[in-house]
Design a protein. Sequence first.
Length: 631
Amino acid sequence: MKKVLYLISIFCLCGNVLSAKEYHVSVKGSDADNGDISSPFKTINWAAQKALPGDTVTVHNGTYREWVNPLSGGEWEGKRILYRVADGEKAEIKGSELVTNWRKEKKAKGVWKVVLPNSIFGNYNPFNDRLYGDWLSSDRIHHTGDVYLNDVSLYEEFSLDKVFTPDTIRTIRDPQGCTNVWFAEVDADNTTIYVNFGDIDPNKETVEVSVRPTCFYPTREGLNYITIRGFHISQAATQWAAPTAEQVGMIATHWCKGWIIEDNIIKNSRANGITLGKERSSGHNLECNDKRLDGTAHYIEVIFNTLRRGWSKDYVGSHIVRNNVISDCEQTGICGSMGAAFSEIYGNHIYNILVKQQFSGAEMAGIKLHGAIDTYIHHNRIHTSGNFGIWLDWMAQGARISSNLLYDNLAQDLFFEVSHGPYIVDNNILLSSRSIVENTDGGAYLHNIISGDIWRMDDQRYTPYQLNHSTEVKGIRTITEGDHRFFNNIFIGGDNSKQKYGMVVFDVSQRPVYAENNLFLNGSLPMTNKTQDWVEKTVNPKLKVEETPEGEVYLVSDIKLQELSSFKGKSIDADRLGITQLTGLPFENPDGTPFKLEKDFLGNGRSVTPVVGAIEKLSSSMRIKVWPSLK
């Protein structure tokens, strides 16, 4: 009988392999062809209407200006639908169209205009679509459309006069100032775009305007097990993605399970690069549209709505987002409300987020997630964000933030908001002027290098906590602030007398904060009247990053880092961390096994008496390679 079952299983497996197809796509192809290597399709979206579980869509050299809206998803981990770029080739998916025939305006030097028929936009004109949503802050009306000059997004102005006589716009991206601005007028038939190109002739350059709201997004929910690999994806007119709204980025998963998004270059989104977010029926911008409740109450309703819509490990989340380069997005590099639960996000280089700074809001970061239950975020490099590096908001129960490199972020590197724990923050290198903002219970901060200050918030919102390793709500209560563990960290003081460096900020915590084997350097302080081991007031390593043209990053110090290797702590495991007081839950891995911190930032094993900080093996060098790091 066993032999019969074995033969049946082999037969089924062979049947899957034999039935799987590979469709090819080329800009030189035709959607009337059959999609094989000798007669490829012309558009990726046509292949996406044909692809079934187990199939592969291989895309060849070229620029594809389209919205890929798949008809089907995979069935299980071993029977995915794979979208990939052919080996050694470059395929771009763009949400924009190339615009030529610019005409010079006589009224002002450097100003050109183009008149586009509204038919170019189909049923969605981003130059007539207001950027809109809960927790978006702006005193002016912005649009989802954008103009790109040689793959650099220009600045929207709010009147035609400001294009003719522009003010100098100084931002993070353009600290010296920029006058390359645009303004659009839309009537029943045409969209007229005016741009101040300065001394540049746009007809001799590459000028594009965004026309599509996304690049890869299924309008159907529940299309699971899709892989997207190796594409250049850019220039979509994405909408603001509030946690109470349908969230659509340039790549967006739409309330499904098991996607892999890997090895892509994602750039120039009006709002978001990748969204792992929720669907529309559970709520869409409720605070803007329904004033009977405040935002917190609305979001609690949304949480229960999503539970009724299938928010569970069986149906939603468990995505992998790895080894992507994500830049020049004005809301987030990666965001997700509920849909990122049980996911793994690692090896991504995320930078230049919110650097144009034309609008602001409460949902902006390199990575911004709500409901990151059992989500593992590790070995990412995040810098030059106009707001936060990583922001976990509401229900980060079971999340682990490990071995990330964060620096030059304007607001702070890490922000943990209204979660009840347990969550783990370990082996991170935090080099911005503000390292951590938190308003949570039950965090474990272990073996980090914290070179900026810490700011704790006092927020009495009622927020949920879950059953262990589950989306099901166990209870709701306010944050009591505390019940944290700080073990084996290095704190480094700074020069700003208004900032609090070290752990002194936790003097006012309501619940106990446990601290052992921490090293305080350059004026950073332990909690008052509490011994947390070593205080070296005069030692200042002056840590900074050095970026090479080859893409490597080194951690550089004014002292030989080996001098810090004599400061050793105790090994860390679930028994030492205990259980969180409110939720009553232990510190565990997502599979339910007890947590044990076994490796450092670089992947080296930790000893029984580990060196404090993120790196276990400190050489006599004043320069250590930290990117690319082990993933």
